[in-house]
Design a protein around this ligand. Structure first.
Ligand SMILES: [Fe+2]
Ligand SMILES: [Fe+2]
Length: 283
């Protein structure tokens, strides 16, 4: 008799592949690198928050554990996706900060890391999987204006008297909401335009833009490529599901949770679907 657990795996079992190790690395390497104790306390608090301090217009869900929560619907929509997405952002930022420092320019790594740790924290309350492993969302379709994970975290931070420096850095993480080249390039193209509408009472001007904002924003900006890999994995999951005797939604979540969508997509492109099945379901 095989010791392999029966499929489908539970959310908790799936979180063990990528989510738990990612969350461990975040706690061991990046949380201690937030050198401002107040920011570090907030980042830690939001990773395990079990109830909000402010009102939310949509229903909010029982929060998923940080290491199990999906990263989004559009990217990292698998168990452990939030932890993996945040860890990737932190690693991107670490590399960008190194380049920045090599040019002799000042930037506070602790501010960038705190903003990254916080920027998607309320996803735990607005995303979940139903019993068929379909992802459910509870937020406005336009992110950054009013009732969504981004606006809500700014509101929650404001309710906890977070300082302006941290609020602006978190706001800048989702900055590409309103970019248009009509009328020329605008100075605030990569920072958040909706801060005052997100319940913080603050506004951001061109003078407020700092290197930490740009580094945080760029670090978060690999999600369109990750989302494209996810879309190809969805098509692959649909083709694999009948042979595996599993639902296509589960196969998709399993692929992402076990390998990550970028890796599953790359293995499929380089070696074909049998190798994806071997790595994700047979090993
Ligand atoms: Fe986000
Ligand atoms: Fe993000």
């Amino acid at each position: 008799m095989s010791g392999r657990p029966a499929l489908p795996l539970s959310v908790r079992e799936l979180s063990g592949f990528l989510g738990v190790p990612a969350a461990r690395r975040i706690r061991e390497e990046f949380l201690p690198a937030v050198d401002e104790p107040r920011w570090r306390d907030l980042a830690e608090e939001f990773m395990r928050l079990d109830g909000p301090a402010t009102a939310y217009a949509h229903p909010w869900f029982t929060p998923m554990p940080f290491e199990a929560c999906p990263g989004s619907g559009a990217h990292h929509a698998h168990v452990g996706g939030l932890a993996l997405h945040v860890l990737q952002d932190l690693e991107n930022a670490k590399a960008l900060l190194k380049v920045h420092a090599s040019r002799g320019l000042p930037a506070r790594p602790g501010l960038v890391y705190a903003a990254i740790l916080l920027h998607d924290a309320m996803k735990r309350f607005v995303y979940r999987f139903n019993e068929r492993f379909e992802l459910e969302k509870s937020e406005d379709p336009f992110i950054g204006r009013n009732e969504d994970h981004h606006s809500w975290v700014l509101r929650e931070l404001t309710a906890r008297n977070a300082d302006r420096e941290l609020l602006l850095a978190v706001a800048a993480m989702h900055g590409l909401d309103d970019v248009t080249l009509a009328g020329g390039v605008r100075p605030l193209a990569v920072v958040n335009h909706y801060l005052s509408l997100s319940g913080s009472g603050l506004t951001m001007t061109a003078d407020d833009v700092r290197p930490e904002h740009v580094i945080g924003f760029l670090s978060d900006s690999d999600w369109p490529a990750s989302g494209a890999a996810q879309a190809r994995c969805r098509a692959l999951a649909g083709r694999l599901a009948p042979g595996l005797g599993l639902g296509a939604d589960y196969v998709l979540v399993h692929l992402g949770s076990r390998l990550g969508f970028e890796r599953a997509d790359a293995v499929n492109a380089l070696h074909g679907p049998e190798e994806v099945v071997r790595l994700a379901f047979r090993d």
